[in-house]
Design a protein around this ligand. Structure first.
Ligand SMILES: Nc1ncnc2c1ncn2[C@@H]1O[C@H](COP(=O)(O)OP(=O)(O)OP(=O)(O)O)[C@@H](O)[C@H]1O
Length: 645
């Protein structure tokens, strides 16, 4: 049994249904230590045969048997491993990866061995030294002469210490001096006990080997021994694996650096979409926060005032009275914490202090909708006290309204007594505090109001109530909705509600909706980004078709090729999200600086959640965009890719 045997290899190409037989029954055996030259006319099928031996082509009949084991039944993964471990390819046109340095080109192959990183690098240096390229390791292929390029290819082919070197016209593109040097290297490889099979047109090349095989009409026409073969090697091939994820990440980065300008533009383009989404979300948080802050700083959103038959000029006081039945009904509503009596008077109120008087157009009893925060100086009124609005306080003391706190005034109220005669009620009250401009109203306690009327024997009943609602602003709307379900005559709502809670809740819903709509519109630019990434990756696949062929020939699996493009997409997503986040942060910084000066509030609030969302969306979109191009790259035919110009 020979080391490598070819049994009745037949191969035809088909153009449509027409068959073009190229190999019509090849039987050959090879031993380690041989340096075999295959000669034959152009188009005779030499490259076809090499591709079959090298595990690049499995679409043939017959059998290739290595060490007694047939390649016929190997899966595509086993063939990948066979090319990685057992075969070293040297091509006429070198097939180096142009964006990698000489050293990196050799390392690509070594990264598929199980050697440690340090040993891989040591071996790359050794191999390059062996082929005389120590001084050129940092150069790129286009900075090398033809002979030098072929030596890089030889060093790369030797990376995993394979037992078979397949050289397809290795000196075809070289002058005679370089040809001699390359032949010397190939001979040296054979002398180390490896099997070297080379395709050539040149008799000189053929004569320097140990054996010449001629192909004619798809068959072996001559098989001549030139000299004795070298002794077989005892060395073992290095164990290998396909390109690891880390290596594909690194290669993707190298490629992005190679096409830096284009990739920067893509990253920038993709970042715009993510940036807009993050900014919209941040602005949404800020605007919502600001509006709520403004409202909550003045009124309590968890309290509502409920009145009956207000605004109807024909309404008698009696009709407006909130009866015990009304109050109990309200008390029974879910989440209602308390129902408190209130009384308002519209007009007929005057306040006098010394010579100054102030008319109050609307007066109501102090209640839970009024926040402590809305009192700028002093405090809420207790019995026999009054809280003034800033406007009223200024009427009583223009220069120093705050000095009124603790002082007394006389409260007058015009009304009708039981006999419907006009009477003036009066009472001395102490000023308890001053409310902020335009918020709340001049107010006294319900008991004080009651006692003022009582002085003229008038009994008052509450003409509104204040409901406090438990469990936050979200519970306000349902309570309000429940109150609205109580209908009177002509299906008119029995109660009127005033309070900001429900409104704030609705407002928040609208703001959230608006932000989401805006973020979605911004998100449309993400679609544009995705399409842009798809296009760029397709271009990248077609630009790198040859590289894909080379990697596959070196034994990288389809999966690794797919990873290569996913890695590239991942980096586009990663970099664009980083850029977008940075830009959004800068914009937020500037906007907040300005807003802080103007409205004393951070108007753009980008949360860690928004940042994470932006990052994930960016990476996921990029990876999704890579699906089709990466799939296409993985499916490329290795032989066609290698001959891609
Ligand atoms: N993919 C293909 N589809 C159809 N025909 C092909 C294909 N590849 C090769 N052939 C044909 O098969 C024949 C053998 O090609 P091959 O490249 O093996 O010859 P060769 O002996 O290596 O030629 P040369 O010495 O010129 O490189 C040629 O006639 C070629 O046109």
């Amino acid at each position: 049994m020979s080391y490598l045997e070819l049994h009745d290899i037949k191969k035809s190409y088909y153009l449509g249904s027409e068959e073009f037989p190229v190999l019509t029954g090849i039987n050959l055996s090879f031993e380690q230590g041989e340096f075999v030259s295959i000669l034959g006319e152009s188009g005779g099928g030499k490259t076809t045969l090499m591709n079959i031996i090298g595990g690049l082509d499995s679409n043939y009949t017959g059998d290739v048997v290595l060490n007694g084991k047939s390649l016929r039944h190997d899966t595509s993964k086993q063939l990948d491993s066979y090319r990685r471990q057992t075969i070293g390819f040297i091509f006429q046109n070198f097939n180096l990866i142009s964006h990698l340095t000489v050293f990196q080109n050799v390392m690509v192959s070594l990264e598929m061995t199980k050697l440690s990183r340090k040993k891989q690098e040591d071996r790359a240096r050794e191999l390059l030294e062996q082929v005389g390229l120590t001084d050129h390791m940092k150069k790129f292929p286009n900075q090398l002469s033809g002979g030098q390029k072929q030596r890089v290819a030889i060093a790369r082919a030797l990376a995993s210490d394979p037992e078979i070197i397949i050289a397809d016209e290795p000196t075809g593109a070289l002058d005679s001096k370089n040809t001699q040097e390359i032949l010397g290297l190939l001979d040296q490889i054979a002398s180390n006990g490896k099997l070297v099979i080379t395709v050539t047109h040149s008799q000189t090349v053929a004569d320097s080997g140990t054996r010449i095989v001629r192909l004619a009409d798809g068959k072996i026409s001559e098989d001549t021994k030139v000299k004795d073969a070298y002794a077989a090697s005892n060395a073992n091939e290095l164990p290998t694996h396909t390109l690891r994820f880390g290596a594909t990440l690194k290669m993707a980065l190298e490629n992005m650096r190679y096409n830096l300008k284009r990739n920067l533009l893509i990253v920038f383009g993709a970042a715009i979409g993510i940036f807009s989404v993050i900014v919209m979300l941040g602005l949404g948080n800020g605007v919502q926060g600001y509006i709520n802050h403004e409202i909550y700083s003045q009124v309590n959103p968890n309290a509502v005032q409920v009145a009956k038959n207000v605004g109807d000029s024909t309404t008698s006081l009696k009709k407006m009275t909130m009866s015990t039945k009304d109050k109990n009904r309200l008390k029974d509503i879910k989440n209602v914490k308390s129902v408190n009596d209130g009384y308002f008077v519209q007009g007929g109120t005057q306040l006098r202090r010394g010579k100054k008087t102030a008319s109050v157009s609307f007066m109501q009893t102090h209640n839970a909708t009024m926040l402590k925060k809305s009192i700028s100086k002093g405090q809420a009124p207790k019995n026999n006290e009054i809280l003034l609005t800033k406007e009223i306080a200024q009427k009583l003391n223009k220069k120093n309204p705050n000095s009124l706190i603790g002082k007394k005034l006389t409260f007058y109220q015009n009304t009708l007594n039981k006999q419907k005669r006009p009477v003036v009620l009066s009472k001395t009250l102490t000023i308890s505090g001053i409310a902020k401009a335009n918020t709340g109203s001049t107010s006294i306690t319900y008991d004080t109001m009651k006692s003022i009327f009582k002085s003229k024997k008038i009994n008052i009943d509450p003409n509104f109530v204040t409901i406090e609602i438990a469990g936050g602003v979200n519970n306000v709307k349902p309570v309000e909705n429940q109150i609205k379900t109580y209908k009177g005559a002509k299906n008119k709502a029995t109660y009127q509600i005033t309070g900001v809670g429900g409104f704030v809740n609705t407002l928040n819903t609208y703001i959230t909706l608006a932000v989401n709509v805006l973020a979605t519109i911004a998100g449309i630019s993400l679609l544009v980004s995705a399409i842009m990434i798809i296009v760029v990756l397709y271009i990248s696949v077609s630009e790198r078709t040859k590289e894909i062929g080379i990697l596959r020939a070196l034994g990288a699996s389809k999966g690794s090729i797919r990873y290569l493009f996913f890695s590239e997409a991942f980096f586009i997503g990663l970099f664009s999200s980083i850029l977008a986040i940075l830009l959004a942060m800068v914009l937020a910084g500037v906007a907040n600086h300005i807003a802080n000066g103007a409205i004393n509030y951070m108007i753009m609030q980008i949360t860690p959640g928004n940042i994470l969302f932006g990052f994930l969306v960016s990476v996921i979109i990029s990876l999704l965009a890579a699906l089709a191009p990466a799939g296409k790259a993985a499916r490329l035919d290795t032989i066609e890719s290698l001959s891609y110009e």
